[in-house]
Design a protein around this ligand. Sequence first.
Ligand code: SF4
Length: 79
Amino acid sequence: MNNKVCRQRREYRATIPGADKATYRKKYDKAMSGRDPKAAIAAKCLDCMHWQRMRIRECPIVCCPLWPYRPFVGNGEAA
Ligand code: SF4
């Protein structure tokens, strides 16, 4: 991975907001490892909903390919 990609990912990671940002940054790291598809889906949905996990449950974009796999819709725990 080149320096530009590393810098872009580091800068993006630093923008993850909220009280749960440490948890979400770990999830982002797992997603970007390329070894955890569940973390990738969770990180994408969190990003899509501005890192507000309760909004994922109410996602109205039912045509999104990730919709059936959304995290935080069952028992409140991430995948
Ligand atoms: S399922 Fe909803 S929250 Fe997740 S990526 Fe798709 S549109 Fe965004």
